[in-house]
Design a binder for this molecule. Structure first.
Ligand code: HGY
Ligand code: MN
Ligand code: MN
Length: 415
């Protein structure tokens, strides 16, 4: 492992500027970022990112799902690169840091090595993974899941958003329908820097989270078929009210998550009532639901309990409730050697750190199935994320990028 030149540090002001400059692509009046995957705003930030990587001497390639790979040459180009990066798409009420920090910090690592005239033994590859968020197109972490072989490219290209636009059409519209086969580009390792999106690091005054595990996730698409009828003339006992049924499902899911202890969370994030009207009892609606836990057995128990609750509510309320469990991601245990490399880099730089499980899903969680992967967390204000209030400090972002720099140097050999 090349000695850690801990006096080598990233350019904090440049990274901070990039984070705030790119926030204008999809910037919202409240200071957040709305940059749904493969949208016009995503195209703008992708173009900015491509130009910045090329200006830093990288060669940029795009695969069939629009994932961007920026290669920095190393001494031995026959060796697989060390990968670093994250995602640039955001939630509808996203912030400036989720995904962006890890992608721009990867660019900053390359710029810092350029400035220091450091050549690495093996190449580096900065990656911007398409559709990490899973908000416009499901599932989340879609492109890295395909890269890891969980889905075929054609399956993902055919996924549609709520307006019926397919991934293939959206890629073509923004000009990022690359020709490189998904999964062709191999890596020796992948390291992702990300805000924690939770409160632990901030509460414990830790600068670095050395991520050793990631929660497992189950996603459902739900539908309830009741009977639309007049809000004024239908007696309460005769109603087959889809929205009242959903409200029971929401409360049941919340109770199930709470009953399964601190290592379980559950959410119903979306619902759409078909032909809603204030004086019509809701007949048909769709909804989404999810569970997460670091334990696979707990995920099984959560799923079973929800299926039972839905069956009981459906019978009692005489409505049809369909629950399609269409995505399950097993809990992640990151590569021990790589996690230790992150720990050593953080220790060498003197940052207070702790081991931590990721509550959120990340591309690195998918990649860990096909290569050694690890993550670095930094605190975010009040642990808030997926909210326009999302915030982080320049010193913490700088510390995370420095740990990324030295972890990558230890893996890629820097001289
Ligand atoms: O859902 C997640 O955990 C990630 O933010 N896409
Ligand atoms: Mn993210
Ligand atoms: Mn996110």
């Amino acid at each position: 492992m090349a000695e850690n030149k801990t006096n080598l540090q990233i350019d904090s002001g440049r990274l901070w500027r990039d984070i705030h400059d790119t926030a204008k692509f999809g910037g919202t009046p409240k200071g957040g970022v709305k940059r749904l995957t493969l949208s016009e705003e995503d195209r703008q930030v992708r173009d900015w990112f491509r130009d910045a990587c090329e200006a830093a001497g990288c060669e940029v390639h795009v695969d069939a799902l629009g994932t961007m790979f920026a290669i920095r040459r190393g001494r031995d180009m026959t060796k697989p690169p060390v990968g670093l990066g994250s995602h640039l798409d955001t939630q509808p009420t996203g912030g400036k840091f989720d995904g962006v920090l890890g992608t721009l910090a990867a660019l900053e690592v390359v710029r810092t090595l350029n400035d220091a005239g450091i050549e690495t033994d093996v190449p580096l590859c900065i990656v911007n993974w398409t559709n990490e968020e899973g908000s416009r197109f499901a599932p989340a972490m879609m492109a890295s899941a395909s890269y890891a072989g969980e889905y075929t490219t054609d399956d993902i290209l055919s996924r549609r958003d709520s307006d019926g636009v397919s991934v293939a059409q959206a890629l073509e519209t923004i000009g990022y329908n690359g020709n490189e086969p998904v999964g062709q580009r191999k890596f020796s390792a992948f390291v992702e820097l990300h805000i924690e999106q939770g409160p632990l690091l901030e509460n414990e005054h830790k600068t670095i989270g050395v991520v050793d595990r990631g929660q497992g996730i189950i996603w459902y698409n739900g539908a309830i078929k009741g009977f639309a009828s007049h809000a004024g003339t239908t007696p309460m006992p005769l109603r087959r009210d889809a929205l009242a049924a959903l409200s029971e499902v929401v409360v049941a899911l919340e109770k199930i998550a709470k009953d399964h202890g601190p290592d379980a969370v559950g959410t119903i994030g979306e619902t759409v009532i078909e032909n809603p009207s204030r004086n019509v009892i809701a007949g048909d609606l769709t909804f989404t639901a999810e569970f997460r836990s670091p334990s696979s057995a707990t995920l099984d128990a959560l799923d079973k309990a929800l299926q039972e609750a839905v069956t009981e509510i459906s019978k009692r309320r005489v409505v049809e409730i369909k629950l399609d469990r269409f995505w399950r991601k097993e809990p992640t245990v990151f590569d021990k050697k790589l996690v230790d490399a992150v720990q050593s880099a953080s220790d060498a730089l003197g940052y207070p750190s702790r081991r931590i499980t990721s509550g959120a899903g990340h591309d690195a969680c998918n990649l860990n199935a096909v290569m050694p992967a690890a993550m670095i967390f930094v605190p975010c204000k009040d642990g808030v994320s997926h909210n326009e209030l999302e915030d982080a400090t320049q010193p913490d972002c700088t510390a995370g990028a420095n740990v990324l720099l030295h972890t990558v140097l230890s893996l890629a050999g820097g001289h």
